[in-house]
Design a protein around this ligand. Sequence first.
Ligand SMILES: [Ca+2]
Length: 254
Amino acid sequence: MSRNSTRRLGFAFALVGAAALTAPALAGATTGSLGSSDAPAAGFTCSALSTETTPNGWGIPFDDEKKQVAFYSDTDVLDTDGSLKLEITAPSPDNRSVSYHSAGSIKLSDAVKTEIGFAEKAASSQASFQLRLSGTTNPADNGFATVYWVANGNDSVDTTNGGAHTNIQNGKWISTRDIGGAPKNVPTDLAAIAAANPDATVEHYGVSIGRADAGLTHVDAVKFNGCTTNFALKDEPASPFGSLGNIFGSLSAS
Ligand SMILES: [Ca+2]
């Protein structure tokens, strides 16, 4: 093997290594923008697909909630590639199951302008939709508060065989803290909360169940800020080979 071809091989392997590291992130960003009909706010990254091997930013970034895990499942809600399973598997204080995604600090007043929603399959709806806020009128913790939506007191969609909670930004939401327009634990219009907390930003959004002795539900097609995340058990099989094929193709052409 000549010295030149050895160098080329080394170069090729370096490129493939770098591509393998960056490909999932790039793929997520690309499919994310394609999967959205509304233009996401600056700072917000859409993850159009989240799987067990490629969560694409979904998970639990908070140390005190690390054990409140959610699971990827082959159970279908409204599509055929599986879903996110929320299941309580631990006793208190970890009797909760949640997954979050960064919301890129978009303004709450902007977040309420596009559909928030998700699909769910359970005998009766159990999941809640979480918005973790900063900059509310809560004087402590940088204005931190979580506001959440639950089906109880809102819609009546039948989730027995899979149903979609649509446009839940128009429903009643509950704040975990006393904030402008929304006393703690009092169901309130999300638009009213946004209006009374003009500096509020959404840091993370997510879906959860808890606190209870037991609980199990499946969620999918989570919508926020013009982005829909499809949860699936496995990656799409063609995509990683397609990426590598393109890399080898471009090398051989040069
Ligand atoms: Ca799915």
